[in-house]
Structures are given as structure tokens and as C-alpha cells.
Design a protein around this ligand. Structure first.
Ligand SMILES: NC(=O)c1ccc[n+]([C@@H]2O[C@H](COP(=O)([O-])OP(=O)(O)OC[C@H]3O[C@@H](n4cnc5c(N)ncnc54)[C@H](O)[C@@H]3O)[C@@H](O)[C@H]2O)c1
Ligand SMILES: O=c1ccn([C@@H]2O[C@H](COP(=O)(O)OP(=O)(O)O[C@H]3O[C@H](CO)[C@@H](O)[C@H](O)[C@H]3O)[C@@H](O)[C@H]2O)c(=O)[nH]1
Length: 441
């Protein structure tokens, strides 16, 4: 099938590349000329394991193309995917201006019947509105069917998820459109769940809100564990072995970040509010998440009289491992606070430092590796659980830091192993280890 994908952020680029990999001819359209130039050469503008290789393969096999020109991109296509951003407005609601522009672009360029598939995460009712925007602006006499096909990929595991997802959700206004999109996705070998458009739109928000709820729930349990002397990792393990609960998304830490959970939970509160329903539980989930970074900072403040002049090594800046995405990363709030307190912040992240430099306080310094960041530091804060940090010998903290005090926001180390070293180790929801009494500090 000939497909156009509009918007080549995470979702658009991964979707376009994977659809070409299963045999379709895909034209990816983006308004950003620099991005398009890079992608034509097989260079992904985002760090995503496995993506570059797959792009190059499909470009070489002449199934994957890139353009900034909508009329070229829409020429002769059977299906158009909308994958532009739906960022958060100030009141928490989703900003649909990019989607509206795409709907108008589609209306003014298509010359044959098409199915328009919305991949972007959009509030319930948006697909009906997209259809009306297209129909009100159509230049040619063609038929447009709308399908909601929300995306469930995780950054850092996007290619794996595209080929191994649990389900593909297809919300359509008629059986023919649903069947066409089901067939188009068949080579992925993933079960297709067909429903109506509004339910499909709601599934996306409900799924993200539920996962965010799991995280905030375990974070609250973690906070209680600290006070009662329990170990949240064992608690999560013991809970997760119950199949009704499941073991995933029960890692306590400094809360969820990224381009989706923070914005989508707030948008769902708005969606509910628009129909006079107060989503109390989800409001709590959002509040707990905001508090979780403060909890780490409060522990740091309790440990030291002042952070003024202290060298603080920050390990990990991205919102999660295996990505360079800094959107809503915990490191933004945490480094800002440390700088305000007069600390000397030296940060290191394996891939996110270039993006971090555009966002973080200008006073943050950057090291070129973990050991350089730890050198003579008074404190180490671990904010992202990259394997590179998890695999670090605990002895490296002891050897390189002035004062080996570690605050681990992501529970990277087994306390039983840490106990063997002269370090002070504070993690989330687990008893602290204070093994530096010999240093008399
Ligand atoms: N990032 C994720 O992991 C993820 C996962 C699932 C769903 N989603 C949802 O998918 C959507 C896209 O997210 P993203 O992170 O990929 O977005 P993004 O903001 O990273 O990228 C959007 C792209 O669209 C382009 N664009 C904007 N207007 C355009 C237009 N008129 N024509 C062509 N291109 C245009 C931009 O230049 C940009 O490259 C959002 O609704 C998001 O909530 C994201
Ligand atoms: O047990 C856990 C799991 C995750 N997180 C945090 O939650 C955030 C989100 O993690 P993850 O879900 O792995 O990454 P995303 O790429 O944001 O993916 C989520 O958001 C996407 C966009 O909507 C969806 O497509 C995915 O299904 C959904 O998992 C990150 O900050 C993680 O550190 C935790 O704190 N504890």
C-alpha cells in the first residue's frame, strides 16, 4: 500500500520506518527541512536503538522516502497517518493546532479517496472534528474515512514494541476502513482490537493513566516503606507475583517523566472536567508524581547543613534510559534546585547531554564520563538508571569521590552488595546504608 506519514517525531519516524519494513511504500512528511535532510541520509534525529539501521535498509530498498512537500507526499496515497505532536497547553489540555494544520493540508492536497489514520494522542471526539475540518476544506470531490489508531510504543524500546506490541487498537467509523487498516498491519503479527473511534481514543488515555497510577501507587508505598522499615523492592516483587497485579511498572523512584505520562494524565483530567466529571484519583496520581522529586531533595537537605559550594555529581539526565529525550525529565527540576542552592553541579548522561544543554540551567557543568563526574564530588545523585551506571563498581564511588554519599533515585544497586563498601547509600523505599563512619563525617 502507498502510505503518507505526517510528522516525523518519535511516533511518525518509527511508524513510517516500521510500515516500510513490512513492505509498504511510505512517504514521511515533516515541515522541518533540517530533519528531512538528515533522515534522507538515514540519520535519525532522535536516539532510538535500532532505528538508524532500519531506516537505512528501507531507504536503500526504496520503500522509505522523506519530504517537506505535502503535495508530493500525498500523491497517490491510499492511507495518511497523522503523527504530529499534541503538546500540553497551559491549562493541561491538549494543543490540537498541529493536528488542525495537517487536516487542512490533507484537505487541500488529496486527489483520491483516502483513509486518514490518527496516531497522535488526541482527546475523545477529536477524530470526528478532524473529519469535519477535512470535509469543510476539501478542494477535490473525494471520500475520506477516519480511523483512530493510538500508538503504544515506549521510547528506547520503540522498534521492539512496534513488532512485539500486545495489541493494535483500531477505532473506525465503518467496517471497511477498520478491515483495511487491520490488513495493512497484518504483517506485524500483532492482534488487532477493533472498536469505535471514541473508545479507541479513550483507550490510549486510560492506558497511560493506569500505568501512571501504578507508578504513583508504588511510589507512595515506597514512601511508607521508608518510614516503617520495609523494602519497597521486595514489596513490589511480592505484589507483582500476583498475576492480577502484574510485576511491571512497579519500580519506585523519582516519578514518571517523558513526553507522554505527564501530559496525557493532565489532558485526561481536562477531558473528564469538560463533561463535569472530577477525576479525583488521577489528580492524586499527578500530585504524588510531582512530590516524588521533592522527596529526594528533602533527603539531601536533611543530610547536609548546606549545599552551597558542594560538588554534586548528577548521573543521568534523560527521562529514562536508552533515549536522549529530555521532555519532563526529573533532572530538569532537580538540577534547577541544586543550582539555586549554590551547588556545583557536574552532570553526565551517555546520550542526552546535547539535548540537556538546550534545556538545563546554564550553570550546570558537564563531564565526559561517569568517573570524571564523580571525581572529588561530595554527593552523587542517580537520576536515570542507564546500564552504564547499574554496572558501575560501587568501589568507583569510594575511590573517586571526596565524600562517597550516594542518593540513588532509581534503585540501581543491591543494598546487600553496597553494604560491603565504605559508602553512604540512600535509595528510594529501602533502608539507607551508612558505611562511612570511619571517615568521621
Ligand atoms: N513520543 C512517544 O513516545 C509517543 C508514544 C505514543 C504516542 N505519542 C503521541 O504521538 C504524537 C507525536 O509525538 P512525538 O513525540 O512523536 O512528537 P514530536 O513533537 O516529537 O514530533 C512531531 C513532529 O511533527 C512535525 N510537524 C508539526 N506540524 C507538522 C505539519 N503540519 N506537517 C508535517 N509535520 C509537522 C514536527 O516538525 C515534528 O517533527 C503525540 O500526540 C504524542 O502524544 C508519542
Ligand atoms: O516502574 C516504572 C516504570 C516507569 N517509570 C517512569 O515512567 C516514565 C515513562 O516510562 P515508559 O513508560 O517506559 O516510557 P515512555 O516512552 O514514556 O512510554 C509511555 O508513554 C508512551 C506515550 O504515550 C506510551 O506509548 C507507552 O506505552 C508508555 O509506556 C519514565 O520516566 C520512567 O522512569 C517509573 O518510574 N517506574
Amino acid at each position: 500500500m502507498k502510505i503518507a506519514v505526517v510528522g516525523t517525531g518519535y511516533v511518525g519516524l518509527v511508524t513510517g520506518t516500521c510500515l516500510s519494513e513490512i513492505g509498504h511504500t511510505v512517504m514521511c512528511i515533516d515541515i522541518d527541512q533540517n530533519k528531512v535532510n538528515k533522515m534522507r541520509e538515514g540519520i535519525s534525529p532522535i536516539y532510538e536503538p535500532g532505528l538508524d539501521e532500519l531506516m537505512i535498509k528501507n531507504i536503500e530498498e526504496k520503500r522509505l522516502f522523506f519530504t517537506t512537500n505535502h503535495s508530493e507526499g500525498f500523491e497517490n496515497v491510499d492511507v495518511i497517518y497523522i503523527a504530529v505532536g499534541t503538546p500540553e497547553r497551559e491549562d493541561g489540555s491538549a494543543n490540537l493546532s498541529f493536528v488542525e494544520q495537517v487536516a487542512k493540508d490533507i484537505a487541500s492536497h488529496i486527489e483520491k479517496d483516502v483513509i486518514v489514520v490518527t496516531k497522535s494522542t488526541v482527546p475523545v471526539g477529536t477524530n470526528d472534528w478532524i473529519k469535519s475540518v477535512i470535509q469543510n476544506n476539501l478542494v477535490n470531490n473525494v471520500k475520506v474515512d477516519i480511523v483512530s489508531n493510538p500508538e503504544f510504543l515506549r521510547e528506547g524500546a520503540a522498534i521492539y514494541d512496534s513488532f512485539n506490541g500486545d495489541r493494535i487498537v483500531v477505532g473506525a467509523e465503518n467496517v471497511t476502513a477498520a478491515n483495511t487498516i487491520g490488513e495493512l498491519n497484518k504483517p506485524f503479527g500483532i492482534p488487532v482490537f477493533k472498536t469505535d473511534i471514541r473508545s479507541a481514543e479513550m483507550i490510549k488515555y486510560a492506558a497511560n493513566a493506569f500505568l501512571a497510577t501504578k507508578i504513583s501507587f508504588i511510589n507512595e508505598i515506597s514512601n511508607i516503606c521508608e518510614k516503617v522499615g520495609a523494602n519497597v523492592e521486595d514489596v513490589a516483587n511480592g505484589m507483582g507475583q500476583d498475576n492480577r497485579i502484574g510485576s511491571q511498572f512497579l519500580n519506585a523512584g523519582i516519578g514518571y517523566g517523558g513526553s507522554c505520562f505527564p501530559k496525557d494524565t493532565k489532558a485526561l483530567v481536562q477531558i473528564a472536567g469538560n463533561v463535569d466529571y472530577e477525576f479525583e484519583l488521577l489528580k492524586g496520581v499527578i500530585h504524588v508524581n510531582q512530590k516524588q522529586q521533592e522527596i529526594l531533595l528533602n533527603k539531601l537537605d536533611d543530610r547536609f547543613d548546606s549545599l552551597e559550594g558542594k560538588k554534586i555529581a548528577v548521573l543521568g539526565l534523560a527521562f529514562k534510559p536508552n533515549t536522549d529525550d529530555m521532555r519532563e525529565a526529573a533532572s530538569i527540576v532537580i538540577t534547577k534546585y541544586l543550582i539555586e542552592k549554590g551547588a556545583n553541579v557536574v552532570a553526565y548522561d551517555p546520550v542526552a547531554m546535547e539535548n540537556a544543554k538546550k534545556i538545563l540551567d546554564l550553570n550546570v557543568n558537564y563531564a565526559s564520563n561517569t568517573i570524571e563526574a564523580l571525581k572529588d564530588a561530595d554527593v552523587a545523585l542517580i537520576l536515570t538508571e542507564w546500564n552504564e551506571f547499574k554496572d558501575l563498581e560501587i568501589g568507583s564511588f569510594e575511590k573517586n569521590m571526596k565524600l562517597p554519599v550516594i542518593f540513588d533515585g532509581r534503585n540501581c544497586y543491591d543494598p546487600k552488595i553496597v553494604e560491603n563498601f565504605h559508602v553512604e547509600y540512600h535509595s528510594m523505599g529501602r533502608p539507607s546504608i551508612k558505611n562511612i563512619h570511619l571517615l568521621n563525617v
